[in-house]
Design a protein around this ligand. Structure first.
Ligand code: ADP
Ligand code: GLC
Length: 478
């Protein structure tokens, strides 16, 4: 099977969140099953480049012809195709700066959609599947039904659109339609019109043969008013074509037994070695003391946005320092949450550490060195960090939503079974109760160790999920 994927980010070329991990790892898992996958993504300012040659590609948006370039890079059996256009992508960030989206995002991602299809159409072999991700690529299935409908390389392809996060909808003023050459015919409720504007995500949902979300629970949640972000009605009408496939995690990248970022590698049989990374992590944050080594270390690695429950934490800023725990955060995002963590760290220098920024290596050290990982999300389509945590013997404290509910088993005190601590109500009090329960449980070393081992033994590999995608693509699974 030949699969064309189009996405706005992919590891190791670009990343702001879990989307990049998925578009990096899923194609490799499909390649291991014997399929051929090409992934088209933009080349951004920070995208690492090699000496691969570039060739010209003309992409027309509306009445403007853009002289772009493409380069191809083979990574673990997957062809990554970078689309170069400095006017659109040579910028400080991927989607916006200073809390504002770039004003021309409608055009930048229309360019990605069209450029990807122009590149695919210029090849010699037809594709069986075109798989797109999130609003940034929502125009791809739209164009496949129209401008590219009879193209020999693409005409037979089935289309699958994956929703990683319904809260990001790519909505723009309707006046973009003629400028992008899409025509007013698209401004209909059964096409791109969305509450008086146009939405690229709606394009992905309405024009794709199948729709997936990144966990089973989220596939159900998106059909409700609470989580549907205005799309619940539309998704209900497409329920028969909608499925939830849990993300896997990249077992090569996230493996405590081989992770070069840890002070000492460890596995389920050598968990005592985990403390070496805890010590190094505390030291790195200037928090190392005999007391800090004794008490549980709570880690957070996150985009600092409302989705991740930081308003709950804001309600507990004066309570956290009274708990018998140390906190380390790595994150970047909304200024008010960055300021909140900076203030916390300066007021409680022995107990709270904060690094504002994006740092892959440090993310590994937090996963490896912390005892608990906190993820109190308001909603969570899948979430990868709680799975990384489990793999590293770091017990997650999570809210029972989306992929968090699907991947963390709440401790059952009667049986001693469980892989983490789960709470339901979205309130500071409920979060605090779960956290206190976790801190109390930490004193029961036997139970703690059993929970660590249970989490480390869970199968979060991509293989099973990749097979689910193959089924959604309409292909027999070997
Ligand atoms: P989301 O995609 O909603 O941000 P996920 O849990 O699916 O949430 O994925 C987040 C990914 O981004 C993880 O791989 C996580 O380690 C990474 N990440 C988030 N913030 C940072 C950061 N500040 N530094 C390094 N990695 C980060
Ligand atoms: C989104 C979601 C996150 C998910 C990731 C990868 O960013 O917020 O929950 O894990 O996409 O699918």
């Amino acid at each position: 099977m030949r699969v064309l994927m189009v996405a706005s980010e992919v590891t190791p070329f670009s990343k702001t969140g879990g989307l990049a991990d998925v578009t990096g790892a899923l194609p490799r898992a499909l390649a291991r099953l014997g399929h051929t996958v090409d992934v088209v993504v933009p080349a951004y300012r920070d995208t690492p480049l090699d000496e691969s040659p570039r060739r010209p590609l003309n992409v027309t948006i509306g009445s403007t012809m853009h002289a772009a370039e493409v380069s191809e890079h083979l990574v673990s059996g997957v062809r990554i195709v970078l689309l170069h256009h400095d006017g659109f992508f040579d910028r400080a960030s991927l989607y916006g700066e200073g809390g504002e989206d770039y004003a021309d995002n409608a055009e930048r991602f229309a360019f990605l959609a069209r450029g990807a299809l122009e590149w695919a159409a210029s090849g010699t072999e037809p594709y069986d599947v075109v798989h797109t991700h999130d609003w940034q690529t929502g125009l791809v299935p739209v164009l496949l039904r129209h401008a590219f409908a009879s193209h020999p390389q693409l005409a037979q392809a089935t289309t699958v659109h994956t929703i990683h996060n319904l809260a990001y909808q790519g909505t723009f003023d309707a006046s973009w339609l003629p400028r992008l050459g899409l025509g007013w015919g698209m401004f209909r409720p059964d096409a791109l019109e969305f509450w008086g504007r146009v939405s690229y995500l709606k394009g992905g949902i309405m024009f794709s043969r199948r729709i997936t979300t990144v966990s089973r629970r989220y596939a159900v949640e998106v059909q409700t008013e609470e989580f549907g972000c205005g799309f619940d009605g539309i998704l209900k009408t497409r329920a028969a074509d909608l499925s939830g496939i849990l993300n896997g995690i990249d077992y090569d990248e996230w493996n405590p037994a081989t992770d070069p970022h840890l002070a000492e590698p460890f596995d389920a049989l050598t968990l005592d070695r985990k403390v070496a990374t805890k010590r190094a992590l505390l030291d790195e944050f200037g928090l190392l003391s005999p007391a800090a080594l004794e008490r549980p270390l709570v880690g957070l690695v996150s985009r600092l946005v409302d989705q991740k429950g930081f308003d709950l934490i804001a309600g507990l800023v004066d309570v956290f320092p009274t708990l018998p725990a140390t906190f380390v955060l790595l994150g970047t995002g909304d200024k008010r949450y960055e300021d909140m963590w900076r203030t916390l760290a300066s007021r409680y220098p022995d107990q709270v550490g904060a690094r504002i920024g994006f740092n892959e290596a440090l993310a590994h050290r937090v996963e490896g060195g912390a005892d608990l990982f906190l993820m109190p999300s308001r909603f969570e389509p899948c979430g990868l960090n709680q799975m990384y945590s489990s793999r590293y013997g770091t017990l997650p404290v999570v809210r029972a939503v989306g992929g968090l509910a699907d991947t963390v088993e709440n401790l059952d005190v009667a049986t001693g079974l469980g892989t983490g601590f789960v709470f339901d109500t979205y309130s500071p009090a409920a979060l605090l109760e779960a956290l206190q329960w976790a801190l109390d449980t930490y004193r029961n070393r036997t139970l703690w160790r059993a929970m660590q081992v249970a989490g480390m033994s869970k199968d979060f590999s991509w293989d099973a999920s990749a097979r689910e995608y193959v089924k959604v693509y309409g292909w027999p699974v070997a």
